[in-house]
Ligand binder design. Sequence first.
Ligand SMILES: Cc1cc2nc3c(=O)[nH]c(=O)nc-3n(C[C@H](O)[C@H](O)[C@H](O)COP(=O)(O)O)c2cc1C
Length: 379
Amino acid sequence: MGSLVNVEDFRRLAQARLPKMVFDYMEGGAEGESGLRHNRDVFEKVRFQPKRLTDTSKRSMEASLLGKRLRAPLLIAPTGINGILWPKGDIVLAKAAERFGIPFILSTASNSSIEEVADAAGGDLWFQLYIVHRKLAEMLIKRALAAGYSTLVLTVDVGVNGKRERDLKNNFGVPVRYTARTLIDGLMHPHWSFNFLRNGVPQFGNLASSAMNDPEIQAALMTRQMDASFSWDDLARLRELWPRKLLVKGLSRPDDAKRCQSMGIDGVILSNHGGRQLDSAIAPFQALPSTRSAVDIPVLIDSGIRRGSDVVKAVAMGASAVLLGRATLYGLAAKGPEGVDAVLEIFRDEIDRTLAQIGCSDVAQVDITYLWPQGSVVA
Ligand SMILES: Cc1cc2nc3c(=O)[nH]c(=O)nc-3n(C[C@H](O)[C@H](O)[C@H](O)COP(=O)(O)O)c2cc1C
């Protein structure tokens, strides 16, 4: 791993290893991808104002979240069809999270099922729910409860799929459509193709059970769209169905977060889906200060986090923890289990160095006074 020293190195290696249409699926944003760039810009605009002559000889990056200890303020974000990046990609990520002492969030659109992941990996497993059809959602909730998932994450920013122009141009879909172009793309990436052929075409692991023979659910799945009518009253009902911790992912506004808190939601995740949904949305980092002051529940964020210093900036601005989306996927696609471990290790190292260099020995003590400019820093 000598020449792979940062997340960008893993991104480049992933690009070399994957067929173009698979890399584009992972990497792409919506429309002109200004949101994707903006998510990075906001982190780069904020600088640190280090404190000096503080004892930083012993440092801690442990975080506390929803009554549990995390070895770092990180989680692995829910991402669909990880199996096309690496065989059994969901399980590879879940096991890496377990080794690293952080939660893993399994997507509704995973390739390995809720039960397969729970059987293969220990650690703190969370399940992310998309509402495609309410009956289907209730079935998935029951399965996640039975399989021991500690936390449910409801994603609310995909009422309609984002216009991902790379996927449209590549004619990308699941199952993969075989055209002359996809075959040539595959031949030019023999290592990936060999793995793909040896392990079989990944399926949607959670949607393959006999219960899916219900014609209404079948029809909803065929549309490949979420149920855009799901609203606050439905969230109240979901709160009743899931007795454990429940978080809402995809918020951008303090008033929505406040409403979640008033309904007994345990935490919120500010996210623009990594720039894959509304291209012109603000970056979650921009909504962090106002949301932090509006609620008392944990506020998590994601979108654009590629450096340990980004994590420390987010925590300084009030985040309880951050979710890694593409960063760990780059590790997965580049080198499988070793790659995911290496990316997590890069984050650990960079967080540790950042803490030492800003003069703060404990990530729990980092606050806005370490950042510059303060106030409307990310306007
Ligand atoms: C390839 C890919 C698939 C994703 N699939 C899902 C998903 O199934 N459910 C979900 O809630 N979010 C999904 N997301 C969004 C991530 O959970 C997360 O919000 C986003 O990746 C964070 O941005 P980042 O990639 O810049 O870190 C996906 C993101 C990517 C890149």
